[in-house]
Design a protein around this ligand. Structure first.
Ligand SMILES: Cc1cc2nc3c(=O)[nH]c(=O)nc-3n(C[C@H](O)[C@H](O)[C@H](O)COP(=O)(O)O)c2cc1C
Length: 205
């Protein structure tokens, strides 16, 4: 599939068949997704791969806890829970500080603290990897849905014994897509290009 077609076709999928994703394909997609630009070539975006039923189940046990009659049954996207793969996309600000303390970057002052970064590039870089993965999934005929761990992050950290330096950018569900209803926000019209592209001195940007 052509890149332009993948960009046009990509949509969040919130219903999945439970059949597994081929392990070789999954590895290939992750390997390609990580080939994204990163500040100082730090390459600190990572994946915690939950690609076995037991691991996926533990994720949902943590994020939709309680007896089956509770939160999980009321969850709007029941067939999102069937996704056979969950990818936790992680980043490590500390690695940016180390990289920017190296001789070729030290003069930037960015090696000192997270606060010395006007734009926290670790989130920018994670976003590039995430978009690669979403497009690669589309091209491979898979569905993907991105959602945030939000208040469940501490519990997820404990459950999967994540290193204290890792931050969670997002969870991406991957699998074979089923027809689903669009999400609440998807009906919002695409903004006109003129609202997005600003030409200083021409528009009143
Ligand atoms: C940073 C980010 C967080 C999102 N969080 C959620 C989420 O928690 N739950 C959800 O169902 N969709 C989530 N989405 C999906 C958006 O609602 C969706 O991308 C948007 O409505 C546009 O629809 P499309 O991606 O299908 O084109 C998120 C998307 C992004 C980029």
């Amino acid at each position: 599939m052509e890149l332009r077609a993948a960009i046009r076709r990509r949509k969040m999928t919130r219903a999945f068949a439970s059949r597994p994703v081929d392990g070789g394909l999954l590895e290939e997609l992750l390997d390609l997704a990580r080939r994204a630009p990163s500040a100082g070539n730090t390459q600190a975006t990572g994946f915690v791969l939950l690609d076995r039923p037991g691991l996926v189940e533990r994720y949902w046990d943590v994020t939709l806890p309680g007896p089956p009659s509770a939160k999980r049954e009321r969850f709007r996207w029941q067939r999102l829970l069937d996704a056979p793969v969950l990818v936790l996309v992680t980043t490590e600000p500390g690695r940016y500080l180390s990289r920017y303390a190296e001789p070729d970057k030290a003069a930037t002052g960015r090696g000192q603290s997270e606060q010395s970064w006007p734009v926290p590039y670790w989130w920018v870089d994670a976003g590039a990897v995430i978009q690669n993965l979403l497009l690669l999934a589309t091209e491979a005929g898979l569905g993907a849905c991105l959602f945030g761990p939000f208040e469940n992050e501490p519990a997820l950290r404990a459950e999967f014994e994540l290193a204290p330096d890792l931050r969670l950018a997002a969870t991406i569900a991957l699998g074979h897509p089923l027809a689903d209803e669009p999400g609440r926000s998807a009906g919002r019209a695409r903004a006109p290009l003129a609202d997005v592209v600003h030409r200083p001195g021409i528009d009143s940007a």
